[in-house]
Every structure is written in structure tokens, then in C-alpha cells.
Design a protein around this ligand. Structure first.
Ligand SMILES: NC(=O)c1ccc[n+]([C@@H]2O[C@H](COP(=O)([O-])OP(=O)(O)OC[C@H]3O[C@@H](n4cnc5c(N)ncnc54)[C@H](O)[C@@H]3O)[C@@H](O)[C@H]2O)c1
Length: 319
């Protein structure tokens, strides 16, 4: 199809891994042509097949994958793109090198976004020209099922870059939120890892075993979390009760600035979790597969309304 006739902005994605291919899928399903670059050619070879397999799994007709093309040349991938999403490795030096190239190779008015999980955007953009167009877009896995994207403006990001990005993400059915300070972990991962630190401390201190910790969460407040945020919950029970509880419990919560020695020991012992069959808990391949299927089923059933509007652009070709 001729570029001039396209209604939707071209998107570029850097990194064709777990997140990159899923981000490409979201935009392709909304009718955007997407070019994907990866340093490993093998990741590009399987790109369309992985997207097609996701569509099959979601019960969405194939076609959108044809709007996604793999490019082994970064300049070619970002040519003509109005938005660039970086989803390469979570290593500061890799991201800094990629953004140095993007500033040079991308269109002068293109917005350049990093999908870093926890690295402040200002660190990635440090010393680069045109920092006004560099920002964070923190998607969640899988990007085509989890609605949220945290949009992070760094100190030098132009406010209209944040606004434009929020508009784009909303237009493809995401739930973008504006994170107002460029802090490590943004909002979601700060909250999530505050919980994980305490969960690991409870196991390490022998208060409960790993399975019990997970049962406590899944069978109690975890059930409410999708419809009741922590601040809503505090207001629900009352600020006075929340204060009484905090007065007693906060001094006893883990506040270590370092990862738990228990966690470090697991890694040292090669107990890496499902990928090695043993982490905090023991996992057979069947148990690991069942857990993945359970999570996918849950997300599919809770995110159906989100999926509903995303099939509009399927079927066009971007070869
Ligand atoms: N996996 C998650 O749940 C998740 C969630 C939110 C954010 N993130 C973040 O998204 C980013 C990508 O994570 P992922 O899970 O998709 O990783 P991944 O390992 O699945 O994919 C990374 C891809 O980047 C490619 N790559 C490596 N160096 C590159 C370079 N210099 N240029 C271009 N491509 C390069 C790799 O070949 C690989 O295909 C990370 O910053 C990660 O922290 C991950």
C-alpha cells in the first residue's frame, strides 16, 4: 500500500522480543503500519508468526500481522515513523546507545519512547540532543491484554510530547496514565516490588512458606485489587483506621534498600524459577504450563472489553 494513502501514523518498534512483538501487534490491530528492528535477525524472522499465533490464541482473525515488517537496518526501520518505541534489553548502556542512534536516525519530529521497566528516562536521554521528544511508555506484559501504559515525562520532555503520546495510546484502546516524576520504577513497579520485597521477607523470615504467601494474596485482597485500588481502599475503610494500622505495622515491614539475601542465594544456586524447575517453589513443566494458561485465561476474560475494539485494522499489507 502507498504510504501517502495511509490514514494512520507509521510506528517503529526497536526490539522484537516478548514486549516488542506485542507492542507491534497492538498498533497493527489498530491499523498502523509497524516496522520492527532487532539486533538479532532470528527475532525478525519469527515476528509475524508470533503475532499470528497470538491472534489465534485470542480468537482474533489473522491479517494484522501483515502490517508488521521486520528490518535489520535501524535507519530503515525508523524512516517515516512518527512514533518510535524501544523495547530492547533492560540495560542502561544498551538503551543509551540505541537512543543516541535514534536521535540521529529518526525523523526530526518523531517521538522516541522507552519501554524500560524501571530505569529513569532522564538517565537514558542524558547528554543527547532533542531530549524534548524523549519519554517513557511503560507497557505491561502481554501488551495486547494489559490495558495500562505509564507515560513518563523526564525533566526535559516537552509537555506536548506527553500529551500526544497519551492521545496515540488512547486511540489504540490502551489506558495511558501520566507519571509526573521520572523516578525509578515509575508507579506500577514501585508498588509491585514493594509487595514482592515484603513477600520475600516473609518467606525468608519463616513467617509463612512461599505457597502460603501466594494463597494469602490470591484469596484475599488480590481478589479486590482489579476493582479497588489501595488509595480507594484506604478511603473506604477510613483514613483514621488506616493510620491506626500503620502506627502498629509499618515499623515491622521490611525496609532494606538492597535485594534480599534469600533472593541473591536463589540466583547463586541456579534456582531461577520456572525456567530451571526450582525457584522459591518447585515447578514441573506441566505446573508451569498450567500456571501460564491460567493467567492467560484470566486476562482474556477480564480484558474482553479492551480487546473488542482492536480488530479494526487487520487485513492490510505492509510488505
Ligand atoms: N517482559 C516483561 O514483562 C516486561 C514488561 C514491561 C517492560 N519490559 C521491558 O521491555 C524491554 C524488553 O523486554 P522483553 O521482555 O521484551 O525482552 P526480550 O529479551 O524478550 O526482548 C528484547 C529484544 O531486544 C533485542 N535487542 C537486544 N539488544 C538490542 C539492540 N541493541 N537493538 C535492538 N534490539 C536489541 C533482543 O534481540 C531481543 O529480541 C525491557 O526494557 C524490559 O525491562 C518488560
Amino acid at each position: 500500500m502507498d504510504d501517502v494513502n495511509r490514514q494512520k501514523d507509521r510506528i517503529a518498534v526497536i526490539g522484537a522480543g516478548l514486549m516488542g512483538h506485542g507492542i507491534a501487534q497492538v498498533f497493527a490491530l489498530a491499523g498502523h503500519p509497524v516496522r520492527v528492528y532487532d539486533a538479532q535477525p532470528a527475532a525478525l524472522d519469527s515476528l509475524r508468526d508470533r503475532i499470528a499465533a497470538n491472534l489465534d490464541q485470542l480468537g482474533i482473525a489473522r491479517g494484522a500481522e501483515k502490517l508488521v515488517s521486520g528490518h535489520a537496518d535501524l535507519g530503515e526501520a525508523v524512516s517515516g515513523a512518527r512514533f518510535v518505541f524501544e523495547a530492547a534489553l533492560e540495560k542502561l548502556e544498551v538503551k543509551q546507545a540505541i537512543f543516541a542512534d535514534l536521535v540521529r536516525l529518526a525523523e526530526p519530529d518523531a517521538l522516541l519512547a522507552s519501554n524500560t521497566s524501571v530505569i529513569p528516562i532522564g538517565r537514558i536521554a542524558e547528554g543527547l540532543d532533542t531530549r524534548h521528544r524523549i519519554l517513557g511508555t511503560h507497557w505491561w506484559n502481554p501488551p495486547y491484554l494489559i490495558p495500562l501504559v505509564e507515560v513518563v515525562g523526564a525533566a526535559d520532555t516537552a509537555p506536548d510530547a506527553v500529551e500526544t503520546m497519551i492521545g496515540l495510546l488512547a486511540s489504540v484502546g490502551k489506558t495511558p496514565v501520566h507519571v509526573r516524576k521520572d523516578v525509578a520504577g515509575f508507579v506500577g513497579n514501585r508498588l509491585q516490588h514493594a509487595l514482592w520485597r515484603e513477600a520475600i521477607a516473609i518467606v525468608a523470615d519463616g513467617i509463612a512458606d512461599a505457597e502460603t504467601v501466594d494463597t494469602v494474596v490470591k484469596s484475599s485482597f488480590g481478589l479486590r485489587l482489579a476493582v479497588l485500588g489501595p488509595i480507594e481502599n484506604a478511603d473506604l475503610v477510613g483514613a483514621d483506621l488506616t493510620l491506626d494500622i500503620h502506627n502498629v505495622v509499618l515499623p515491622h515491614l521490611n525496609r532494606s534498600p538492597d535485594p534480599s539475601p534469600y533472593l541473591k542465594q536463589l540466583v547463586e544456586d541456579g534456582r531461577l524459577g520456572m525456567k530451571s524447575g526450582h525457584g522459591f517453589r518447585v515447578w514441573t513443566p506441566q505446573q508451569a504450563a498450567a500456571l501460564r494458561a491460567r493467567v492467560l485465561h484470566h486476562l482474556k476474560t477480564t480484558a474482553t472489553s479492551h480487546l473488542g475494539g482492536l480488530n479494526g485494522g487487520a487485513g492490510r499489507d505492509d510488505s
